[in-house]
Design a protein around this ligand. Structure first.
Ligand SMILES: NC(=O)c1ccc[n+]([C@@H]2O[C@H](COP(=O)([O-])OP(=O)(O)OC[C@H]3O[C@@H](n4cnc5c(N)ncnc54)[C@H](OP(=O)(O)O)[C@@H]3O)[C@@H](O)[C@H]2O)c1
Length: 287
């Protein structure tokens, strides 16, 4: 997966139609409107139609679909093929179809789309968008495209959204997306595990989350500023075998096994800097 530097160009912005006006469709539409790109959206529900109108974003008509250079399918993963089939007949012959899914390959558009010979692509924002007002800028988009022209258009899209880009090979899609989920949704699940550990110590859930969120943010800041080994803190890093054992004794079995798994990962990152006997003692209690 090569990280690409964004080339500086003044290419004319491509005409874009976004199918679906949910969280990501809404976020991209909002940013493209600010950038004054030619844009129209195709929402499904009346509620989404109303929200598009309130945001001053034009609804796509037949001509928009015909003239679009990029048709972004901002629909749930399971609806990508349906949404592609819904618009295929109305799109121009050179309109590229692009999904926003991290997990799906380019086969997800279905056989009819593949046989239409148009360019197919994916633009997956590595961002947790829980509301259309959430920012895309500063995040990375993972790109895939069947033609260099579409790849250039997706890079142009990333540039206007102020996003970095990486390219993900089709064969690595599942591993790539597993990593994305581990870093975002499962980080939230890890926060839930940490909160329940504080609840185990007698704290209220809300109080525990309020106390832990700044701590989690400081850990990410450390990682960002100093990298894995130097950004890590905690008893494994300090070689404090007694504290690690006390944690394991205090935690319920289910949380203990997760604690062991993650601590083994920490030990692999910092183990070389610990005395050999400390590393061995930690390996034993974390096995
Ligand atoms: N949310 C994230 O953090 C995130 C991050 C990266 C990538 N993605 C990807 O972005 C895509 C969209 O996700 P999302 O989170 O934005 O979902 P979402 O908020 O649920 O929005 C999906 C929209 O798709 C529309 N829709 C559903 N079925 C449709 C169909 N058959 N035909 C046309 N429109 C249909 C719905 O429109 P109505 O409202 O009009 O019913 C809905 O607004 C997915 O592929 C997802 O994997 C999401």
């Amino acid at each position: 997966m090569a990280r690409r530097r964004k080339p500086v160009t003044t290419r004319k912005p491509p005409a874009v139609v976004i199918v679906g006006f949910g969280r990501v469709g809404g976020a991209i539409a909002r940013a493209l409107k600010v950038a004054k790109w030619p844009l129209a959206v195709l929402p499904r529900s009346q509620d989404s139609v109303r929200r598009a109108a309130t945001s001053g974003i034009r609804l796509a008509d037949h001509d928009d679909l015909k003239a679009a250079q990029l048709c972004l399918l901002a629909v749930p993963d399971a609806q990508v093929q349906n949404a592609a089939e819904l618009v295929l007949e109305d799109l121009g012959p050179s309109t590229a179809l692009v999904h926003l899914s991290g997990a799906l390959t380019l086969a997800a558009f279905g056989q009819t789309a593949i046989e239409s010979k148009r360019a197919l692509g994916s633009f997956h924002p590595l961002a947790a968008i829980s509301d259309p007002s959430d920012p895309l800028e500063g995040h990375t988009a993972a790109l895939a495209a069947t033609t260099p022209t579409l790849l250039a258009s997706l890079q142009q899209l990333a540039r206007v959204l102020e996003m970095e880009t990486i390219e993900v090979p089709e064969s690595g899609r599942a591993a790539y997306h597993a990593g994305a989920v581990l870093s975002a949704g499962l980080l939230v699940s890890l926060a839930d595990v940490a909160v329940s550990s504080l609840q185990h110590a007698g704290l209220e859930r809300e109080q525990a989350l309020r106390a832990l969120l700044p701590l989690m943010n400081s850990a990410l800041r450390g990682l960002s500023a100093r990298g894995f080994s130097k950004g890590l803190t905690g008893p494994v890093v300090r070689g404090d075998v007694g504290v690690v054992q006390a944690h394991l004794d205090a935690l319920p079995a289910e949380l203990g096994s997760l604690y062991r798994l993650l601590s083994r990962r920490t030990l692999a990152l910092v183990g070389e800097s610990l005395p050999a006997e400390t590393k061995l003692a930690l390996q034993r209690i974390l096995a």
